[in-house]
Design a protein around this ligand. Structure first.
Ligand SMILES: Nc1ncnc2c1ncn2[C@@H]1O[C@H](COP(=O)(O)OP(=O)(O)O)[C@@H](O)[C@H]1O
Ligand SMILES: [Mg+2]
Length: 247
């Protein structure tokens, strides 16, 4: 049976081929495993054509820079250079924010994470190279594990500090307790000190996030230290998605 949809639909030369494209495809299952391990939600695993509102055009250009792939010749042989690898290796980061929801912040963060997985190869060197963390859920997980942390929680915290790239989605939506804030600071500070890349998405500006009752200026100043600020000004596009799914 030929696959109806695939993560690699946009670029796989076998996609739709009656002989080569089917549910036994090893590359597909490898990608699936990588996505599962990364925690990337299912709806963000597929290539989405994102069309910017005109106010956001320059920002899209800046973000495309992150996922750009170009061909160079090395000793007469073609080689593909993935910008995302270079940026991740340099420990650069992004703070994608907007007052409006549904204008593509999480979609962009997911796009960059996908581009990174693709660039480091299907096998990811057999280790988790990137994580997608839903911050409100993670803070809740920390609260639950405050007294006697489960093995699973400890493993997650270790991974968050170790992997090459972490997406912290929806940071700043609540005001956590002092203890939880401190734990989050330790994690972000560790990544910052080790020069590891982070991408944040938020519904508030970094200045608001720095208020004591939200996350505090220590976290905000770490983020300023290694992230470029990108403010999205486009309108909410979620409705459009619902229509597309119905049709
Ligand atoms: N620029 C865009 N072009 C097309 N669809 C978009 C765009 N931005 C957002 N969407 C749609 O809206 C949905 C929500 O986007 P998301 O990235 O989750 O928003 P948020 O900015 O709140 O994180 C996406 O699944 C996508 O289908
Ligand atoms: Mg979002």
């Amino acid at each position: 049976v030929v696959m109806e949809d695939c993560y690699a639909k946009a670029y796989c030369t076998k996609f739709g081929d009656t002989v080569q494209c089917n549910y036994e495809c090893i590359a597909y299952h490898q990608m699936n495993t990588i996505f599962e391990l990364s925690g990337l939600p299912k709806r963000y695993r597929y290539e989405l054509p994102l069309r910017p509102d005109s106010v956001d055009l320059p920002k899209y250009r800046e973000l495309r820079e992150w996922i750009d792939v170009h061909r160079v010749e090395v000793d007469g042989r073609p080689k593909y250079v993935h910008n995302v690898v270079d940026k991740v290796n340099k420990g650069l980061g992004l703070f994608l924010w907007s007052d409006t929801k549904g204008n593509g912040k999480t979609s962009w963060a997911a796009k960059i994470l996908q581009a990174y997985f693709r660039a480091v190869g299907v096998l990811n060197n057999m280790r988790t190279r990137g994580l997608f963390i839903n911050v409100p859920e993670f803070l809740e997980d920390m609260r639950r594990n405050m007294d006697t942390p489960s093995a699973e929680h400890k493993r997650l915290v270790d991974l968050i500090t170790e992997v090459d790239l972490v997406v912290f989605d929806d940071i700043g939506t609540e005001s956590p307790t002092k203890w939880v804030r401190e734990q989050l600071y330790i994690i972000i500070n560790k990544r910052y000190s080790e020069g590891k890349a982070c991408i944040f998405t938020s519904n508030i500006s970094l200045a608001s996030l720095g208020h004591e009752e939200i996350l505090g200026d220590r976290i905000a100043s770490r983020i300023t230290g290694f992230c470029d600020m990108v403010e999205f000004k486009g309108t909410d596009r979620r409705e459009g998605e619902k229509e597309r799914r119905k049709n």
